[in-house]
Design a protein around this ligand. Structure first.
Ligand code: HEM
Length: 417
């Protein structure tokens, strides 16, 4: 079992380990941690979809209780109110219905122009340089700006969002760390401190909107009702935190992985430059080949048998999306990066009732921004002589820093007709 991912070699080793596990122990209990791990596409699909058996509610963590956990409803996360990702039916449907209309492809179509404008502005800042840190200069600010504008939070606070996201995700917990997290309240308290900062931040913004509603998602959530009742303020706060974090962290990783894949596969990059219509398929292939979310956690509500192995009730079960997406039982030549792959039913956005709400937004951002990059930054590739830095941990697959180079040119704003 690999605990930490620090280099692309570690990533290759992890994928090799997945293959071994899919073939030999597709349903595996790690004796060190007691956690279960699922590797094959069909089993992963079952675990993340069958909410009757596999709950999304998180077990409570000792020491992480805080003043902010005042939501009276069940299933709230320590430090947060109720998180959509961590509630089961029937409540899940009520909460999801509140925000679903804002995330349909039709509702988002009006955003395409704005996304293109943000992408263009970011490209113009670096075009003449011939190099950039792709994460800092593009992959982070683009989705962070889009979700901040949707929610209605001030753009000038973007650096704080990054601090929070880094604190929560960049150094994620390995399985060994999760045990330490459970057994050492100090670690849990550090997590809670960030949760409290985010909580207080959104509380202030929501109180302003309570007195003076605006045309933004925060005001919409405040006004929303479930069966005639307004949402508890703590739960609106949780919703905002989830949308802010989920809205940019994973999309940053998708954009960075796309650039890495296009750099490693120059023929695919040339093909995309010549045929931009292939981009939506290419984005799906990046999602499959370099799943931005490594794995999802569920807990068993009752004992269950998968592939002849019985998992007891109350077990923590990790479903490896990244392994499912390379399962040769589902995909032909899964180790190949093929931008024209069809069909391509990967699990990178999950499956079932918790299927990623933001998938249409992430796809729109990627399909709008990547053609601008490919078209305007010729010879785009990962810098061969500067180290890239991966996010640590085994929940998210992305980069902290990704230096890239390209042929320098004048910003579009400086080009005279
Ligand atoms: C490439 C980008 C993204 C990836 C790979 C991704 C991945 C995922 C996955 C795997 C899940 C399922 C979680 C589970 O079953 O436990 C999920 C859920 C979710 N995602 Fe995304 N996501 C992305 C972008 C976004 C964006 C842009 C937003 C928007 C605001 C978003 C909001 C959400 C929400 C709210 C949920 C919870 C849905 C529910 O529990 O019903 N995601 N995402």
């Amino acid at each position: 079992m690999i605990d930490k991912i620090s280099t692309l070699q570690d990533v290759q080793d992890l994928y090799a380990w997945f293959q071994t596990m899919r073939d030999t122990q597709p349903v595996w209990r790690d004796e060190r941690s007691g956690f279960w791990h699922i590797f094959r596409f069909s089993d992963v699909n079952t675990v993340i979809s069958d909410y009757h058996t596999f709950s999304s509610a998180r077990p409570r963590v000792a020491g992480a209780e805080s003043a902010t956990t005042t939501s009276t409803q069940e299933n709230s996360t320590p430090g947060f109110g109720k998180m959509l990702t961590q509630i089961d039916p029937p409540l899940h449907r009520h909460y999801r219905n509140l925000v679903s209309p804002s995330f349909t492809p039709r509702a988002l179509s009006s955003l395409a122009e704005r996304i293109a404008a943000i992408a263009q502005e970011l490209v113009d800042k670096v075009r003449a340089r011939g190099h950039m840190d792709f994460v800092t200069d593009f992959a982070y600010p683009l989705p962070a700006t889009v979700i901040a504008e949707m929610l209605g939070v001030p753009l000038s606070d973007r650096p704080i969002f990054k601090q929070w996201a880094d604190g929560l995700f960049a150094t994620q917990l390995s399985d060994a760390d999760i045990e330490r997290f459970i057994n050492q309240p100090a670690m849990a308290q550090q997590f809670t401190r960030i949760a409290e900062e985010m909580h207080d931040y959104f509380k202030t913004l929501l109180e302003e909107r309570h007195h003076q509603p605006r045309k933004d998602m925060m005001s919409e959530l405040l006004a929303a009702e479930i069966e005639g009742e307004r949402l508890h303020l703590e739960d609106v706060i949780s919703f905002c935190i989830l949308l802010l974090l989920a809205g940019h962290v994973t999309t940053t990783n998708l954009l960075s992985q796309a650039i890495r894949c296009f750099s490693e596969h120059p023929a695919a990059q040339d093909q995309l430059r010549a045929q931009p219509g292939l981009m939506p398929g290419a984005v799906e292939e990046v999602l499959r080949y370099a799943s931005p979310v490594w794995r999802l956690l569920r807990t068993t509500k009752s004992a269950v048998t998968l592939n002849d192995i019985t998992i007891p009730a109350g077990s923590w079960v990790f479903s490896w999306l990244a392994s499912a997406n390379r399962d040769e039982r589902q995909f032909s030549e899964p180790e190949q990066f093929t931008i024209t792959r069809t069909p391509n039913h990967h699990l990178s956005f999950g499956h079932g009732i918790h299927f990623c709400l933001g998938a249409p937004l992430a796809r729109l951002e990627a399909c709008t921004a990547l053609p601008i990059l490919i078209e305007q930054l010729p010879d785009l590739r990962v810098a061969p002589d500067q180290p890239s830095e991966l996010l640590e941990g085994i929940s998210l697959f992305g980069f902290q820093h990704l230096p890239i180079t390209f042929t320098a040119a004048l910003p579009t704003t400086d080009i005279k007709e």
